[in-house]
Design a protein around this ligand. Structure first.
Ligand code: IPM
Ligand code: MN
Length: 359
């Protein structure tokens, strides 16, 4: 089958890791007789440099006309410490999420057996961890009214959620839980925030339609602690935008490296697939960044396109690279492989899985 993929490689290490995901997709196309047609488009700091706009209209059009979007990373240090910057790379990503209606961000967190000793947490704590984080992505404080008083002394960010915004992601999270261990934890701050109380009420109501799924609640401060103390208690975590951002970075240490965590953003139209790590400016162009999160994001994309065997083949190749230690320095500091070498290995393994004389 033929699929049109929009490729938004973005900034920093985005282009080099995305290139490896494309190698993997090309190998899949060969082996399973598909055709992936890629269209590159600008987003982030590179889009600001070339057009003055972090998300040119053309990029939105290309995404809307595609079957899926493969995203790299955005961000550049020159914007991070400049509070007066009027245009920022991050605005491109946020506007893209909103324009494509990507209200549901799915971030799987797993303790890979082979990497368990890479994690700063103890083996017995993280062993068996398998969490699916459902983060609301187009509402909350990220998109509320922003204001800076004229004298520059008071800044405001509004947080609001509607029942509709809460309901649509909640249904997706419950369906996911039904296919997993049938447990949802709603992470909120309902002892303080009005929006969190609306989340609890709405989610509790919807839970009645999914009687086979157990629902419990955790305040976000406690959830942050539980994530380190006992992460294997979680199955599906459902939460709002800002809490999901924070909790998912925290959860990434469980897998041993943030360089392994993939994500899918889905909603009303085309899906977007991206590693959760950022643009990692210090590593840009050095061929040292871990491409596995991008490659695993490509696998999530395939699954979303209903190419399940193809997705499993990529995941299997990633397991193999971990098993053989063909990984970058974040995982394998003693004998690091380059970004490109890891990508070559994955593509080669997908093409010739039976060839055991590699490395
Ligand atoms: C993420 C990132 C973004 C977010 C930034 C780059 C705007 O941290 O995807 O988690 O906060 O959502
Ligand atoms: Mn984040």
């Amino acid at each position: 089958m033929k699929f049109n993929i929009a490729v938004l490689a973005g900034d920093g290490i985005g282009p080099e890791v995305t290139e490896q995901a494309i190698k993997a997709l090309d190998a899949i196309a060969d082996v399973f007789d598909h055709s992936f047609v890629y269209t590159n488009a600008l987003v982030g700091a590179c889009a600001i440099d070339q057009t003055g706009n972090p998300l040119p209209d053309e990029t939105i059009e290309i995404c809307k006309e595609s079957d899926a979007v493969l995203f790299g990373a955005i961000g550049h240090p020159k914007y991070d410490n400049d509070p007066s910057a009027k245009v920022r790379p991050e605005q491109g990503l946020l506007k893209l999420r909103k324009s494509l209606g990507l209200f549901c961000n799915i971030r799987p967190v797993k303790a890979f057996d082979r990497l368990i000793d890479n994690s700063p947490l103890k083996r017995e704590i993280i062993s068996g961890t398998d969490i699916s984080i459902y983060r609301e992505l187009t509402g909350g404080i990220y998109f509320g009214d922003k204001h800076l008083s004229e004298d520059g002394q008071v800044a405001t960010d509004g947080c609001s959620y509607s029942v509709e915004e809460i309901s649509r992601i909640t249904h997706l999270a419950f369906k996911e839980a039904q296919n997993r261990r049938k447990k949802i934890t709603l992470v909120d701050k309902a002892n303080v925030l009005e929006t969190s109380r609306l989340w609890r009420k709405t989610v509790t109501e919807i839970a009645k339609d999914y009687a086979d799924v157990e629902l419990d609640f955790l305040f976000v401060d406690n959830a942050a602690m539980q994530m380190i103390l006992n992460p294997s208690q979680f199955d599906v975590i459902l939460t709002e935008n800002l809490f999901g951002d924070i909790i998912s970075d925290e959860a990434s240490v469980i897998g041993g490296s943030i360089g392994l965590l993939a994500s899918a953003s889905v909603g009303s139209t085309v899906g977007m697939f991206e590693p959760i790590h950022g643009s990692f400016p210090q590593a840009t162009g050095k061929n040292i960044a871990n491409p596995l999160a991008s490659i695993l994001s490509a696998a999530m994309m395939l699954r979303h396109l209903d190419l399940h065997k193809e997705a499993a083949a990529i995941e299997n190749a990633v397991e193999k690279s971990l098993e053989l230690g063909i990984t970058t320095g974040d995982i394998n500091p003693k004998k690091p492989f380059t970004t490109a070498k890891v990508g070559d290995f994955i593509a080669d393994f997908l093409t010739h899985p039976e060839d055991t004389n590699r490395n």
